[in-house]
Write a protein that binds this ligand. Structure first.
Ligand code: URA
Length: 199
């Protein structure tokens, strides 16, 4: 059965595919809205589509995505059980960092996705995703820490910051840290649920 949330998310994502609010769209092949369950308790937010994502219109399907899938497996999750999206939905040319104005142009789409999914936990992947939600933080200091923040469009939310899988892929020590942080996600979620039930 298709849930009402899934339908609303599908509708939002198809509107996104027609977006031309910044200059990334003419330079990319496909818009990559995101994928997964509209009922997800956990939403992962990366930076922006890479080459493979741009070709397929799906997030995290290259080498970093394979690593993300492996880490999801370590905590008994599959990508169908979570939601995976990016701060920008169109590939920046030559994989450059998204510009602040591109992130801002895309922001309402991401806010719309979060409002529909209403995840219990938002996991930011990498510095750029972290920076938009938790400005003025150093990822080396805040990775693996859950933080509650109020974001005007979506209210109070719990954020959990991780290193980006692509950055950690070929860096042995960062990879170890990322895996350890990732494995704490179920505990972070349990704590959120426990605190909610005690309210
Ligand atoms: N890196 C990202 O940040 N997002 C993707 O979808 C793929 C790689």
């Amino acid at each position: 059965m298709t849930s009402n949330k899934q339908e609303r998310l599908g509708e939002l994502n198809s509107q996104m595919s027609k977006c031309s609010k910044c200059t990334l769209r003419p330079g990319c092949t496909r818009v990559v809205p995101g994928e997964g369950s509209a009922e997800a308790a956990i939403m992962f937010i990366g930076e922006g589509p890479g080459k493979k994502e741009d070709e397929l219109g799906r997030p995290f399907v290259g080498a970093a995505g394979k690593f993300l899938d492996e880490m999801l497996g370590l905590i008994n999750l599959k990508r169908e059980g979570v939601y995976i999206a990016n701060v920008v939905k169109c590939r920046p040319p030559a994989n450059r960092d998204p510009l602040p104005e591109e992130v801002e142009a895309c922001w309402p789409w991401l806010m719309g996705q979060i409002k529909i999914i209403d995840p219990k936990l938002i996991v930011t992947l990498g510095r750029h995703s972290m920076e938009r939600f938790l400005p003025n933080q150093k990822i080396s200091e805040v990775h693996g820490k859950a933080m509650r923040r109020e974001i005007p469009e979506i209210g109070k939310r719990v954020f959990y910051t991780l290193y980006h899988p692509a950055a950690a892929l070929y860096n042995g020590s960062m990879r170890e840290v990322l895996i350890k942080d990732f494995q704490r996600i179920p505990k972070v979620l349990e704590k959120i649920e426990r605190e909610k039930s005690e309210k």
